[in-house]
Design a protein around this ligand. Structure first.
Ligand code: ZN
Length: 726
């Protein structure tokens, strides 16, 4: 087995030899994608030309299997690969050649993409990517196109052609930057045919492509070419002088966290003026070395090079020249404010200068990457997954710049070329084909009480609408269990980045005691570090203390009841308000009260009084938090199903109280159904009240469907006339 210092060699014959040729391609792709130094998440593609039986004629045909549009090598399955008849694909050149105007970025080039489906083998529904002709026209059985840091470093250097020769000699050629498409496929195919000794090409400002007639040999070649470039770069490493040396010292970890907690909600508000963003904080020694360096402002301005990196990180990041040891927080905010205004103006100027008559309208002019000395890299995206990808890509771009500046001088993609990728009509069509954002896609929802019952059902309901859900419970373990359920259903997404809790997925679980302000604050700090801020809070946590044998609620239990049911929601609202105010974005708060707040009953004095107070707390908070935050109350009636307030003992006590017959051997579930049916008969609608009924209204009150309603209590009780509010 070859040995490598700069990439991880993962090929295992005992695995590969068990697989059919298509599965071997899937295997090769997965192990290539597993190393970020070989390619980025979602970046690069692989192919194998495989003989197969034609389902139409029964004859043997040559089929190109190539990673299709979308997807990611690391996680690709067989269904992520498109399959095309080789003869039909190659025959497309006739159509292309017949066009009166052809070449890169011509109309016919884009039209060729619509021809690929006509060459599909065996009704494979996977759409072909724009890189398909690169794989089709190169006359080798296996092709790997990667975005390796070391090769992009050569490809993004001023003297890239000369460097390619210096590093690779005659075995690898060089092709200047050209937007991928049919024409680039023809160019590469021609180069490979003219020089049969060529094993690959450095693609200017882009990456590496190489080939072999054996799949394992192709994998070995990919790794050895990347290794060779990495060795050359390592020999030229500039150590402490990298990026011109240190300009600002890094803050220590605790100062950094304190500053991030203070900064992120404000910053989120600043970048979310057009639409809300979810943040990822990425802080590594190598990121810090870059943001703290003398050269960071110059290099940041050049933007990224690989088009894959660039599509997420935008034309360039926003670098803020703030001295972390000499300047204060207000100075940072002022510089961010001015920096963002300049960035947006710059973006509008870039759009105006580069647009074509048929270009799509200008997109959000806010940066997706913000670099702050002492602090690190903060990335923004419409989902957690997207912001993690963005953070990953810029940190890879930093590595490209580190390497390129060590061996030469780094250069970004030319602005017009960058624009022609960002506003490519094919790219626009792809965006339009994507399903519309779910209602809560750009939102972070904090559900307090999410470990069980209504809170857990609500967490699921909100996640279904695309929300990032923070599950909070007094029992941290239960909160994490709910978050794990959500992550299992909705997936972690893609992107390998994020420091500490910021590396999270669409849901996190946290413990917090709402009767303790410090605990609530610490919880919100974790939310800020995880997502950059939050939008909506739903409180379902509550307590019911049953009377003792004498039918009394002991005095201390009155305190506990009011602490949890009234003061707790107030403390949560008061701490959440700091974030809402810092963000300057609208938000919502839903507090779960109870129909008992309106109905007086024997035996639940403290609970009922506390819920009446909670009802009024809803109204008070609606006044306090207006106009930014809507506050409404959800008043459930006896939800027996899955409720922590109805353990077996209480259910049995109630059944006895109401003279309902049951067997001691009945399961708790059956007993709960009996009691729920009894309660249902006391309502106008005669239907048992479920957790899903409550969760639905918690969701509706949080949603824009209720955007003009605040300060109200909504009973979800099946209709109890004595609970009607007036
Ligand atoms: Zn590429």
């Amino acid at each position: 087995m070859p040995t490598f210092q700069h990439v991880t060699y993962l090929w295992d014959d005992t695995v590969a030899d068990q697989l059919d040729p298509v599965e071997r391609l899937r295997y090769r792709s997965n192990i290539l994608g597993a190393d970020q130094r070989i390619t980025n998440t979602g970046g690069g593609n692989t192919s194998s030309k495989i003989y197969a039986t034609d389902p139409l004629t029964g004859e043997e045909v040559d089929v190109l299997w190539v990673k299709g549009s979308g997807g990611d090598l690391r996680t690709s399955k067989k269904e992520n690969f498109a399959s095309l008849y080789m003869d039909k694909l190659l025959a497309l050149q006739k159509i292309y050649d017949a066009a009166p105007v052809k070449g890169v970025k011509t109309e016919i080039e884009d039209q060729m993409v619509d021809m690929y489906p006509h060459t599909t083998y065996n009704l494979n529904p996977r759409a072909s990517s724009i890189d398909t002709p690169l794989h089709g026209f190169i006359p080798a059985r296996h092709v790997d196109h990667m975005h390796p840091i070391s090769a992009i470093a050569i490809a993004a250097s001023r003297d890239q052609e000369e460097l390619t020769r210096k590093v690779y000699g005659e075995e690898v050629g060089w092709v200047g930057w050209q937007r991928p498409g049919f024409d680039l496929g023809l160019v590469m195919g021609e180069m490979a045919r003219k020089n049969p000794n060529l094993k690959g090409l450095v693609m200017g400002q882009h990456g590496l492509i190489n080939w072999a007639d054996d799949d394992k040999a192709c994998y070995d070649l990919t790794l050895s070419l990347i290794e060779k470039a990495a060795e050359y770069i390592a020999a030229h490493d500039r150590g402490a002088e990298t990026f011109g040396g240190e300009k600002y010292p890094a803050l220590d970890a605790s100062a950094r966290v304190g500053l991030l907690v203070r900064l992120l909600p404000t910053l989120r508000g600043m970048v979310s003026a057009k639409s809300r963003f979810i943040g990822t904080v990425h802080i590594t020694d190598r990121v810090l070395q870059f943001v703290n360096s003398h050269d960071a402002p110059r290099l940041a301005e050049l933007g990224t090079s690989c088009p894959d990196h660039f599509l997420r990180t935008k034309i360039k990041p926003l670098y803020v020249d703030w001295n972390p040891t000499a300047e204060d927080f207000d100075a940072l905010l002022a510089k961010l404010d001015a920096g963002l205004a300049a960035y947006r103006a710059d973006y509008a100027a870039y759009y105006a200068a580069c647009k074509h008559v048929n270009s799509p309208a200008m997109r959000d002019p806010n940066p997706t990457v913000i670099l702050i000395p002492g602090l690190g890299l903060i990335a923004w995206g419409k989902t957690k997954s997207e912001s993690r990808v963005t953070a990953e890509f810029y940190s890879l771009a930093i590595e490209v710049m580190r390497a390129s500046e060590a061996i030469s001088q780094y250069q970004g993609l030319p602005r017009q070329e960058a624009f022609d990728i960002e506003y490519w009509l094919l790219e626009e069509a792809k965006l339009k084909r994507m399903p519309p954002d779910k209602e809560f896609a750009r939102n972070v929802v904090v559900v307090i009480g999410a470990g069980s019952g209504i809170g857990k059902a609500t967490a699921h309901r909100m996640a279904k609408e695309g929300a990032h859900v923070v599950c909070v419970d007094l029992q941290a373990e239960a909160a994490r269990a709910t978050a794990d359920e959500l992550t299992k259903i909705y997936g972690m997404g893609i992107g390998v980045a994020g420091t500490g809790i910021s590396a999270c997925g669409p849901a996190i679980g946290l413990g917090a005691d709402i009767t303790n302000r410090d605990s609530v604050r610490a919880m919100f700090e974790q939310v800020i570090l995880a997502y950059g801020g939050m939008d909506n809070v739903i409180i379902t946590a509550g307590i019911y203390v049953p009377p003792n044998r004498e039918g009394r609620i002991p005095d201390p239990m009155w305190g506990t009841t009011f602490d949890v049911n009234v003061i707790g929601p107030y403390v949560v609202a008061d701490e959440a308000r700091r974030i809402w105010d810092a963000q300057g974005l609208s938000g919502t708060l839903v507090i779960t009260t109870s129909v008992n707040g309106a109905v007086s009953k024997k035996g639940s004095l403290a609970y009922d009084a506390s819920k009446a107070a909670a009802n009024h707390l809803v109204r008070e908070l609606a006044v306090e938090l207006a106009p930014r935050v809507r506050v409404n109350g959800l008043a459930p009636a006896t939800v027996v199903e899955g409720s922590s307030m109805f353990p077996r003992d209480r259910v049995i006590a109630s059944l006895i109280k109401y003279g309902i017959t049951f067997e001691e051997t009945d399961s708790t579930d059956d007993l709960q159904i009996k009691l729920a049916d009894f309660y249902a008969q006391r309502t106008l609608l005669k239907a048992p009240i479920t957790l899903a009924d409550q969760a639905e209204v918690a969701y509706l009150l949080t949603s824009s469907k209720f955007q003009k309603t605040t300060g109200h209590i909504f009973s979800v009780d099946g209709g109890l006339s004595e609970a009607f509010l007036r």
